[in-house]
Design a protein around this ligand. Structure first.
Ligand SMILES: [Ca+2]
Ligand SMILES: [Ca+2]
Length: 365
């Protein structure tokens, strides 16, 4: 896998002779600066896929006259696959692989890479994809731009022992604390429940354990916790899929069902979780036209973010694609924060945020 560089290279050649013609846009976020920067995002799996069209808009939208190249680093590489973040005036090219230089996998790793880039002044990672909010350990220079809501609920195989069930929040917690151990105790088939949680460092993991469950099952002695790559049911061994219970991002499930993200559902469905502020189905519609259907009051609803560090060398240029400034309104903010990408967000299974009085659809924190 290689980052798309054609536009960047062509634009670099143009900029070399004509950067004075790059007069910027009407945006009140930082103006185009004519410098051909590479803006690389890393971290969360949950918003990896939706970042592709957001960055495509920044790379080829008519609003952006700057010769920048927004690059979306995948959270996981396998086999001999590599991914190169091209060089720019501030940093040499860096190639990630599956073994010796793995990309940041998950929100925490993405934010650690952002901080490391800011500390080093090299601008390797300019944006962190995050499905978890600000942590007390974050540097004060981090800026969170929340741009949509995702839902996290439980999922099971549509052909397994927990197929099609509805669980109460109490039942879900009793399953993950080891009180309920068999699917037949909640109306399913007679089979031991295999507990799965996402990989350590996942924002979905920290949200599911910290907010939905209210405890971390990994701290309970005697429980067997299996790990899988978040939002990827194919990473669960086939022999365990029929009896597994997993947390799953509604957005990722919808995007995979709408064929805008690779389908890694392996026949798993996201299911009803009642008693948690949204008793209905988390998703409605049919294949190709699924939409998220959880209420904003759902305990499993969470905001997703792009995180910037205002110390990084390309901070202002990163903000042009995903942020806004206090004086902005819908027409002057980034397209994402001016509400112009709402249809894209929905297609990828996210609920756009409600616009404020100025039409801004992002929340800064
Ligand atoms: Ca630039
Ligand atoms: Ca950079």
């Amino acid at each position: 896998m290689r980052a798309r560089t054609t536009r960047f290279l062509a634009a670099t050649a143009i900029a070399a002779g004509a950067c004075l013609l790059l007069t910027g846009t009407a945006s009140a976020v930082p103006a185009a600066n004519g410098v051909p920067e590479v803006l690389a995002a890393a971290g969360s799996d949950t918003i990896f896929n939706v970042t592709a069209p957001i960055f495509a808009n920044a790379n080829s939208g008519t609003w952006n006259t700057d010769p920048d190249n927004y690059v979306n680093v995948p959270p996981v590489l396998t086999g001999t696959t590599t991914f190169t973040v091209p060089a720019d005036p501030f940093n040499a090219a860096v190639t990630y692989n599956a073994t010796t230089n793995v990309p940041p996998d998950g929100s925490s790793a993405g934010k650690a890479a952002l901080k490391a880039s800011a500390d080093a002044g090299n601008g390797l990672i300019d944006l962190a994809r995050s499905s978890s909010p600000r942590a007390t350990s974050d540097p004060s220079t981090f800026e969170y731009y929340g741009f949509a809501k995702d839902g996290v609920t439980w999922a099971s195989s549509a052909t397994g022992s927990g197929a099609g069930l509805s669980l109460t929040i109490t039942q879900l917690r009793s399953i993950y604390n080891g009180t309920i151990t068999n699917w037949n105790q909640v109306g399913g088939g007679n089979a031991a429940i295999k507990l799965y949680l996402p990989q350590v460092g996942s924002g979905t993991l920290s949200f599911f354990t910290g907010t939905v469950l209210g405890f971390d099952p990994a701290t309970i002695s005697g429980l067997t916790i299996n790990r899988f790559q978040e939002n990827d049911a194919t990473s669960i061994p086939a022999a365990n899929q029929a009896t597994a219970i997993v947390p799953f991002s509604v957005a990722q499930w919808v995007a995979q069902g709408n064929s805008v993200s690779p389908n890694k559902r392996a026949g798993f469905t996201v299911n009803k979780l009642t008693g948690a502020g949204s008793d209905g189905a988390p998703v409605t519609g049919s294949a190709g036209a699924y939409v998220p259907a959880f209420a904003d009051t759902f305990l499993g609803a969470r905001t997703v973010f792009y995180v910037l560090d205002n110390r990084t060398v390309s901070y202002g240029q990163a903000k042009r694609a995903v942020g806004f400034d206090p004086t902005d309104h819908a027409a002057t903010a980034s397209p994402l924060c001016g509400g112009k990408l709402a249809a894209t967000l929905t297609q990828y299974g996210f609920k756009p945020l409600v616009a404020n009085a100025n039409g801004i659809t992002c929340v800064k924190s």
